[in-house]
Design a protein around this ligand. Sequence first.
Ligand SMILES: [Zn+2]
Length: 234
Amino acid sequence: MVRRKGYIFVLSTTLILCFIIMIFTAVSQSSVMINTTESKKNSVIVIDCGHGGEDPGAIGVNNVYESDVNLSFGLKFNDILKLNGYDTVLTRNDKNDIADKSLDTIAKRKKSDMYKRLDIYNSSLKNVAISIHQNIFPAKSCSGTQVFYSKQNPLSKVLADNITTSVVSNLQNDNERISKESNGIFLLDNAKVPAIIVECGFLSNENETYLLCDKEYQKKFSYCLFQGLMNSNL
Ligand SMILES: [Zn+2]
């Protein structure tokens, strides 16, 4: 009986120890998980994939919709930012726009969509807004990235210049465009935080449209956006 009691004591002590070790392991693992997903940056990157829903944006060669291409770029850029510890906000993460659907005309819905995006840009002074679009032009030979920046915040130009430099040096050695100050672009003219629009390329150019729809090119381009952001210390 004494031996049996001793056996039970040893067994129960062992079980309790195992239980404590399991709990400790679970707690330490969860704290590691929290640390890896915790934001390491001060800025929150607002990724604004232009157009969406009933607004396809530009329609390029082979009927490519700008809204779809913008979303593909934005989601890839978001993946890179999350992997590198940034907090992000997407104005949309699917094909839909964010317009007030109860409004009775397309013009009113479009206006509400733009104001909602602006509200997201200005929702925190930690935000840095990067809007993703594609270009189109009657001259089919036009190609290359063009970045516009808001004049409301001096960091916008820094970011636009660094992204242009990164894209040109990594992907478009013959692109001679420089970033341009916004004049009449609603979101940039009314943003209170650093804000830029990146026109990644021209959907009116057949060769560039092929690249803009290519997942690997979208990834490489997104790394250029990321490099430009890093070089701006944002
Ligand atoms: Zn657009």
